[in-house]
Design a protein around this ligand. Structure first.
Ligand code: AMP
Ligand code: ZN
Length: 446
């Protein structure tokens, strides 16, 4: 087992991993808000998180990864104002929020497969844990951390001494400098745990609660899911950089107030992807989806390689030229693998371990690959296990494996994910990995 080190946003230093249970590193990822298709910025984060999990496994760690699907409660505004994003999606498409959530969850899972991203061990919908979220809020209430206004139940951020420690927020100066309308909130940094339905019966998602009909705030879902699926402390909590100041800050506040122990040992945050040097936006129509990349002739795995070229803590700028260059690089790598000699290269394997262990230094790994033109097949195969770029595609697939893959495709088309996952595992046990493409699937030797 290597000495894996990861930068920790909480301490602002690179630290050795110190899992609660060394035989099983627990990882929690804030998942997508399923009111539309995830864009390439979202996928930059999900790709980096997948590489983290694969690297940990490669280095000999057992990993248990949980991801949520946000299908309720994520409001348009970060300050508990505005509509639920799901309601916006529902209006846009003339469907119910439930239909929108079901559809974009499938699109997300399909995009994950297309990008060769592992399905987390547990994928939990926020709407499947409403009872746990209500219990969580009741516990906070019993401990005196909440208050009720005319529009919801709020967490009192002044009821804990270290609010804002992740983002190093100075609550006092925040309050003093605040020019925003905080309504009935007592402090700017207080946040909604439960929101009341404004027009009961007309919303598409609402539940009975001890405080009345309503729906949960966004942050509480992650805290409740972690508590339920992992426990009081998760080893590595991941997300995009935009989550530091509010979402993760509030997850910490409520979880630590309830449990009295640290929510996460390591906080991993992925820096932003920009497009043509700026923020992605609907109005500029540059919030590209994976399907749009494919429509422009880009292999989604080339996009994946493009993101690996910049360390996850540095911003990355998407341009079509850059992703096309990554596509050429990937083609060269696939050719190099086909022509690679047999044999082993211990020093290259050591280099691979070192790069991964050094805060997931994938740009360093890419450089190692490009400066060792005669790397043997065995090295490429190890690289493939971590980067999952479809480099080592095999043409000799046993017919039994193809049959399994065909059966899986049928299950997948029918939306039978349990069966398709079971078949994927069977294919994996036979030494192959199935990857979905626009026209069906491809099989690769693992
Ligand atoms: P959301 O669907 O908004 O909940 O976001 C899903 C994930 O994508 C979160 O971890 C976000 O922090 C992350 N994210 C959102 N926009 C970007 C971006 N432009 N670059 C990188 N990560 C992002
Ligand atoms: Zn979260």
């Amino acid at each position: 087992m290597g000495n894996f080190e990861l930068y920790n946003t909480l301490t602002r230093t690179q630290e050795p991993l110190r899992p609660v249970d060394p035989s099983r590193v627990t990882v929690y990822t804030c998942g997508p808000t399923v009111y539309g298709a995830a864009h390439i910025g979202n996928f930059r984060s999900f790709i980096a998180e997948d590489a983290l999990v694969r690297a940990l496994r490669y280095l000999g760690h057992g990993v248990y990864r949980v991801m949520n699907i946000t299908d309720v409660g994520h409001l348009v505004g970060d300050g508990d104002e505005g509509e639920d994003k799901m309601a916006v999606g529902a209006r846009r498409e003339g469907k119910t929020a439930w239909e929108v959530a079901a559809h974009y969850t499938q699109v997300f899972l399909q995009d994950m497969e297309t990008l060769n991203l592992e399905r987390p061990d547990s994928l939990v919908k926020a709407t499947d844990t409403i009872a746990e979220q209500i219990t969580f809020i009741q516990d906070l209430e019993a401990k005196g951390h909440t208050y009720v206004t005319s529009d919801g139940v709020y967490f009192d951020s002044t009821s804990i001494s270290d609010y804002g420690k992740l983002a190093r927020l100075d609550a006092q100066s925040l309050q003093a400098g605040a020019r925003v309308e905080i309504g009935e909130k007592r402090s700017l940094t207080d946040f909604a745990l439960w929101k009341f339905s404004t027009t009961p019966g007309e919303r598409h998602m609402e539940w009975e609660s001890p405080w009345g009909l309503g729906f949960p705030g966004w942050h509480i879902e992650c805290s409740a899911i972690i508590a339920k699926s992992i426990g009081e402390t998760v080893d590595i909590h991941c997300g995009g950089q935009d989550h530091i100041a509010v979402h993760h800050t509030d997850e910490i506040a409520q979880s630590e107030a309830r449990h009295g122990v640290e929510l996460a040992r390591h906080w991993m945050h992925v820096a932003f992807l920009t497009v043509d040097g700026g923020k992605m936006s609907k109005s500029l129509q540059n919030d590209y989806t994976i399907a749009q990349l494919q429509g422009r002739g880009i292999d989604p795995l080339a996009f994946k390689l493009f993101t690996y070229g910049t360390h996850y803590r540095s911003p990355i700028n998407f341009t079509w030229e850059a992703v096309e260059a990554a596509q050429s690089r990937l083609k060269r790598w696939r050719e190099r693998y086909q022509a690679a000699p047999e044999g082993v290269a211990p020093e290259l394997l050591l280099g691979l371990q070192e790069r991964l262990s050094d805060d997931l230094d994938l740009p360093g790994l890419l450089a190692l690959i490009d400066t060792n033109q005669d790397a043997p097949k065995s090295f490429w195969e190890q690289v493939e296990g971590v980067l999952a770029l479809g480099i080592t595609a095999s043409t000799q697939v046993p017919s039994a494996v193809t049959a399994l893959a065909n059966a899986r495709e049928v299950a997948r088309q029918a939306g039978n994910w349990t069966e398709s996952d079971r078949l994927r595992a069977e294919i994996a046990a036979a030494g192959f990995e199935v990857r979905d493409t626009a026209s069906g699937f491809e099989l690769f030797a693992r």
